[in-house]
Design a protein around this ligand. Sequence first.
Ligand SMILES: O=C(O)CCC(=O)C(=O)O
Ligand SMILES: [Fe+2]
Length: 292
Amino acid sequence: MPERAAPTTLESLSAMVPGSTPDLLRWLDQQLQAGQKEATLLQSLRDTGWSDAVARQAFAQVVRWRSAPAPQAAPPIPEPDLRRSPTDIDVGDRAVHVLMALEHPRIVLFGNLLSADECDAIVAAARPQMARSRTVETRTGSEEINADRTSQGMFFVRGQTPEVARLEARLARLLQWPLENGEGLQVLHYGPGAEYKPHHDYFDPAEPGTATIVRRGGQRVGTIVIYLNDPEEGGGTSFPEARLRIQPRKGNAVFFSYAQPQAHTLTLHGGDPVLRGEKWIATKWLREREFH
Ligand SMILES: O=C(O)CCC(=O)C(=O)O
Ligand SMILES: [Fe+2]
């Protein structure tokens, strides 16, 4: 029998037909599956002592239940395979540590994603191209300077340097998400006092520019922020609704996902002001579809 994912089970359906039983509904379902006709079925039910009213109501409910459309499986989103609570995840050329996992909001903290040398190489490649960070402006669909974001930043195109390509391959395995569905890696640098006020990374569907933005690759559905150095004080990544702060550690990374572009995902987050030292991060935003 084809698998049926109806809004309710036959057991709970029988509660909606007074006088019926789950067995009666299961029998009707099997008979309909076998191609039996209404008149024949109602007659056999009457013959075996069911009242006409119960037989008719049960028949109608089962017919309706059988024709209910199978609910759409939720589309996949980026997600590490944590089903067996692994300590490490093999990403091909490295064992990434799983340090913490929160269900809702979905937040996973990883260690050992990058070696110290790899972090340094990404910073060195990004440094000459740093400029005041821009954010995608959903009101207009263009990129603008944002007063809430006092960091400096740049984007790599995918695969731009060997380190970037290696990191992207690792992330694809770690998050079980195609490399092509990722935006180019963004590197951000926060000096003392710099911050990124709490925000959502998805594009607000209510804003007029969002339709234009999501034409390229769909919505953002996940983010991984990779720490490229150790700030001395401050500079955490905070999730105020989860009352959670992640303290940066060179080579570690925090991943979070949001299946819908909605506040109930509790993925509001920000970069706390750097109090002492500086902060370097690389951010990869993951899209629903291929981003090019
Ligand atoms: O600086 C941080 O820790 C957070 C960065 C961030 O929210 C982003 O890049 O979207
Ligand atoms: Fe963000």
